[in-house]
Design a protein around this ligand. Structure first.
Ligand SMILES: N[C@H](CCC[C@H](N)C(=O)O)C(=O)O
Length: 257
């Protein structure tokens, strides 16, 4: 079967995007998802996103990590907004559905501003921090993060028994200024470091901003720059959390699969 697809990237986190409003893609065929995301035998991507119609929202995004597992993907959601605008499904504003619930987003040129779900709070974990921002994130502060052994240390924490069986994503964060950090991420479901992780930089920004008393954090990742602004709530959690950054269509293609 010939499949048309588009390739998008959001700060180096890259995705196969499929307009599946006719619901022809079998979302239970995880081997197909894995093949399409395979960087040697398929298109190659950190994840795959289906755009589908939904009675109550402008669209629904169904996200798969490269291994076929599902979770909320912040960079993928930003790319889904840009793709839906390209398809003519939306204009600049949207209200769409993802696995963790409804989201609003605003498209401003090549930047997408995404409203994340509320966050219950920050937990202590293994001497570090844990925050769930639609997907689970372990946050460790380190020095010289550019030289840090992200793959080995990230994999070890991701598979630590304390996170079994679901596991977690792992973010290594270096403070640059009170309102600026550098973040590198080992991603569950990709089982490797990715060039950026939207839900991950959101988690890092919430922890760091709480420590430095800032509610707007600039984030540099290997793949580019993002920013996160948020409001603490009265019960130790966070709301009005906006993840802002670029989303780009890189190419389109057809593949027989
Ligand atoms: N790997 C993550 C999902 C994708 C997160 C990341 N790509 C993002 O931009 O949020 C997980 O399994 O929880």
């Amino acid at each position: 079967m010939e499949l048309s697809f588009y390739k998008y990237q959001g700060t180096g986190n890259d995705f196969v995007m499929i307009d599946d409003r006719e619901e022809r893609f079998d979302q239970n065929d995880l081997a197909k998802v894995q093949k399409l995301c395979d960087r040697k035998f398929g298109i190659g991507a950190d994840g795959l996103i289906l755009i589908r119609n939904h009675a109550d929202y402008d669209f629904e995004m169904i996200y798969f990590n490269a291994d076929g597992s599902q979770s909320m993907c912040g960079n993928g959601a930003r790319c889904a907004v840009a793709f839906s605008s390209f398809l003519g499904i939306i204009k600049e504003q949207t209200h769409f559905l993802a696995i963790d619930g409804p989201h609003e987003a605003v498209l401003k040129g090549d930047q997408v501003e995404l409203l994340m779900g509320n966050v219950k709070g920050i937990e202590e974990s293994m001497g570090d921090y844990f925050v769930h921002t639609g997907s689970p994130h372990h946050i460790r502060f380190v020095e010289h993060v550019r030289d840090y052994p992200v793959f080995d240390q990230g994999k070890s924490i991701r598979y630590d028994p304390c996170y079994a069986p679901a596991g977690t994503n792992v973010n290594f964060v270096e403070g640059i200024k009170d309102d600026e950090v550098f973040v590198r991420t080992y991603e569950r479901g990709v089982e490797n470091e990715t060039f950026s992780c939207g839900t991950g930089v959101t988690a890092a920004a919430l922890v760091y901003g709480t420590q430095t008393n800032q509610n707007e954090i600039k984030i540099t990742t290997l793949g580019g720059k993002l920013s996160v602004r948020f409001r603490p709530n009265s019960s130790g959690g966070f709301q009005d959390i906006w993840l802002i950054g670029p989303a780009e269509q890189v190419f389109k293609g057809k593949i027989n699969i």
